[in-house]
Design a protein around this ligand. Structure first.
Ligand SMILES: C[S@@+](CC[C@H](N)C(=O)[O-])C[C@H]1O[C@@H](n2cnc3c(N)ncnc32)[C@H](O)[C@@H]1O
Length: 468
């Protein structure tokens, strides 16, 4: 098949309709076209407002990633499964999942292979099941896999080799070739699927074909959620004009440019040159700015933010700092953050207001990450129940929520799911503040709560949220 926008559109629409999504022509908001960013991309065919639905997408392949670190049902991906009663060594959670079409096919194939005794046992087979699933795709689904970009490099597709040398499975040359191709395509395009609201790291990946064609921007104009049947729902995070490219983000929105660039180069093998990446101050937000170690007054930012090896320059004394030194400080601070336990609120706050600001700007993304950690602990963890925390901790939570909203506005991020979670924390903080004042709500406060709840509804709408 020739990789034209028309041909790719056709196979994706066939796939979505085959899975029960009626795409009425008049309600389509998107089309596939050549993109100036590279290859194909998805574009708006009408003006779209923030929060508006853009499209629904269904996975061509879905399954655990090789790094999954828990046992889940291989069909619905819920926790606490038991082993399949037919002895295929895979975990399932119910008769319904055990007898589902997706599992029956792989179950039969694995049982054929596993008649031979495998010395290392079949304990971790769940980590390698996804490539096996690609052997059961329909003709149209195979066409989709072949039409998507895949990473090059021998590290992609190691799961297929593992199936042979760990479990002694034998594949034909064509099967092996297609499974490896599918792994490369998954590595380039797959999304982490959110299975339930409590866990942002499901360890499950899905190849969503329409979303796979969405290019990346560090201030994207969309965000996505998942419904209980693993459909992905894409909505606008800000106004999108007819003809504008519909972009997603492949990395966390809050990260600074150096972090985002390193991650994109490592995992997606390209260098982003979007507006935010080109601006050293990231729209005046200073989320990457570090304290100058020479004058200790000014802040350093990369001279050329598009080059990860660029030197950084101080806005007061003009001293230059090399990027390795910046990298070392960032990784040290990252490790310190990771070392805090959920009960270390006092230590976190001391670090936030003291040592941390010797190294970074008050708007730095590491400061924001730590503030978010505190926001979620206060009011949600044992010993920090909302009704029981002190007035000053409640005030702090309130302030950190506001800091988050102000900074993400500066970054031009619009609506996204993590922001919705912070808004939800702000709403409960406002309600608790009012309760402490004998429920004396001002008209202004009522208005604000309603506005925030409206924001929240636009984003979550009863679906499961991703956290990028
Ligand atoms: C998920 S695919 C997106 C669709 C892709 N354009 C295609 O034709 O299949 C990801 C790949 O698209 C390219 N890409 C996405 N966003 C980009 C951007 N902002 N700048 C440059 N290349 C980008 C990179 O090659 C990346 O590895």
């Amino acid at each position: 098949m020739k990789r034209t926008p028309e041909a790719v559109t056709e196979i994706i629409k066939t796939h979505l309709e085959a899975n029960g999504h009626k795409i009425a022509n008049d309600s389509e908001n998107w089309c596939i076209k050549k993109s100036s960013l590279g290859g194909l991309g998805v574009f708006a065919t009408k003006n779209i407002q923030p929060g508006d639905f853009i499209f629904k997408d269904y996975p061509v392949i879905i399954g655990p990633r090789s790094k999954i670190n828990k046992d889940v049902c291989v069909v619905c991906f819920k926790d606490e499964p038991i082993l399949c009663s037919r002895n295929c060594h895979l975990p399932v959670c119910s008769k319904e999942c055990e007898n589902s079409k997706i599992h029956l096919q792989e179950c039969e194939l694995i049982r054929k292979w596993s008649q031979k005794k495998c010395e290392s046992g079949y304990n971790n087979l769940i980590k390698y099941i996804t490539p096996i699933r690609t052997l059961f795709l329909s003709e149209n689904e195979e066409k989709i896999v072949k039409s998507l970009q895949g990473h090059k490099g021998s590290q992609h597709g190691f799961e297929v080799d593992a199936l042979s040398y760990k479990y002694g499975m034998v594949f034909s040359k064509e099967e092996e070739h297609f499974m490896k191709l599918a792994c490369r395509v998954m590595d380039s395009n797959a999304f982490e699927v959110i299975i339930d609201d409590k866990d942002n790291q499901s360890g499950v990946r899905g190849l969503y074909p329409l979303s796979a064609l969405s290019n990346h921007d560090c201030s994207p104009n969309t965000f996505y959620t998942f419904d209980k049947d693993h459909w992905m729902i894409l909505r606008a995070s800000k106004p999108i004009q007819t003809g504008e490219e519909i972009c997603n983000t492949y990395v966390k929105r809050l990260w600074g440019t150096l972090n985002r660039k390193l991650m994109l180069e490592k995992s997606k093998h390209f260098s982003c040159t979007c507006k935010r990446c080109r601006d050293p101050t990231e729209f005046g937000s200073y989320v990457s700015a570090m304290r100058c170690s020479f004058c200790k007054v000014g802040f350093i930012l990369p001279i050329n933010p598009l080059d990860i090896n660029s030197s950084w320059i101080c806005d007061v004394c003009a001293s230059k700092t090399n990027c390795q030194k910046v990298g070392k400080i960032l990784s040290l601070l990252g490790n310190t953050l990771a070392s805090f336990g959920n009960d270390d609120v006092e230590i976190m706050m001391r670090f936030l207001n003291g040592k941390l600001l010797d190294f970074v700007h008050v708007n730095h993304y590491i400061v924001l990450e730590l503030k978010c950690k505190v926001i979620f602990i206060l009011g949600n963890r044992k010993n920090y129940e909302l009704q029981n925390i002190s007035d000053s901790l409640l005030e702090l939570k309130h302030q950190y929520c506001r800091d988050f909203l102000n900074l993400t506005e500066k970054l031009r991020l619009g609506y996204f799911t993590y922001r919705a979670q912070i808004i939800s924390e702000l709403v409960s903080t406002l309600k608790e503040e009012s309760r402490r004042k004998n429920n004396t709500k001002t008209e202004e406060m009522d208005k604000e709560i309603n506005m925030l709840l409206n924001d929240l509804y636009l984003v979550s709408q009863n679906e499961f949220c991703s956290d990028k």
